[in-house]
Design a protein around this ligand. Structure first.
Ligand SMILES: Nc1ncnc2c1ncn2[C@@H]1O[C@H](COP(=O)(O)OP(=O)(O)O)[C@@H](O)[C@H]1O
Ligand SMILES: [Mg+2]
Length: 238
């Protein structure tokens, strides 16, 4: 299998706290990898380091065979690595269309005409047509999350990093989000998903990596991980 992302020996400290300890894993092209672990395990830190928001202390990040460890966030975005965040932050004074359009421009591969076409396409794909001219600030949480997806997609990622995008959603909304994730993946985007809701991770991931206090304690096919004694122990105690 072709590796699109290689995390090598990644270590991160915050002061005396070791948030990540020699983490090693690969993302294969076309794969969805779930990352789970108790609160504070280092999941968000890991995604932030991959997207370039947080600098690492030690280790390397290889994207399509190229070392991107020292690349900045916007450079990684232009290469095709983009993250949606736990905190929903569309521009509230811009419309849905403008939000997605700007993301397409930021992605850097678009002229204004193409960005506009791209934004229209994404609005259709995400069933946001009726909200196209609505201000970001007027959307419901669910709609904001969808817009967040839209902004991420507009950058034309080859790797999409999702950090707890489903918090606060009702089951129907989660199902819809899951369908979007599967469709996005089908369109050729490799995905790393961090999600609190276990059924979500179990439902979409080809493989699951488990973090516990900054250590990787499992990395295997999804069902194997969910039957792993060490994993169950990390979650539920003895
Ligand atoms: N900017 C920061 N400064 C100091 N400590 C941090 C910072 N970000 C995260 N941490 C700490 O690093 C650990 C891992 O956090 P995080 O990656 O957010 O965990 P998770 O997303 O798995 O809940 C936690 O103990 C957290 O308190
Ligand atoms: Mg987190």
């Amino acid at each position: 299998m072709e590796k699109i992302l290689q995390i090598e020996n990644l270590t991160k400290n915050f002061g005396n706290l070791r948030a990540l300890s020699s983490i090693q894993f690969d993302l294969n092209k076309g794969e969805i990898v779930g990352i789970i672990g108790p609160n504070g395990a280092g999941k968000s830190t890991l995604l932030n380091i991959i997207s370039g928001v947080t600098p690492l202390d030690k280790g390397r990040i290889i994207f399509n065979g190229v070392d991107i460890t020292n690349k900045r966030t916007f450079e990684r975005c232009r290469l095709g690595i983009v993250k949606t965040s736990q905190i929903v932050q569309p521009f509230s004074k811009l419309t849905v269309f403008e939000n997605i359009y700007l993301a397409a421009i930021y992605g850097g591969r678009e002229k204004s005409k193409e960005a506009s076409t791209k934004a229209e396409e994404i609005i259709c794909f995400l069933n946001l047509k009726h909200l196209k001219n609505e201000y970001g600030g007027n959307l419901t949480l669910h709609e904001k999350r969808r817009l967040d997806f839209g902004r991420a997609l507009a950058t034309q990622p080859s790797i999409l990093l999702l950090d707890e995008n489903m918090g606060g959603l009702i089951p129907d909304e989660i199902d819809e989000a899951l369908r979007f994730i599967k469709d996005i993946n089908q369109s050729g985007v490799s995905i790393i998903i961090v999600e609190h809701v276990m059924s979500v991770v179990r439902g979409v991931s080809d493989r699951v990596v488990v973090l516990n206090y900054g250590e990787k304690i499992a990395d295997a096919a999804t069902e194997e991980v969910f039957n792993d004694k060490n994993v169950l122990k990390a979650y539920f105690g003895e």
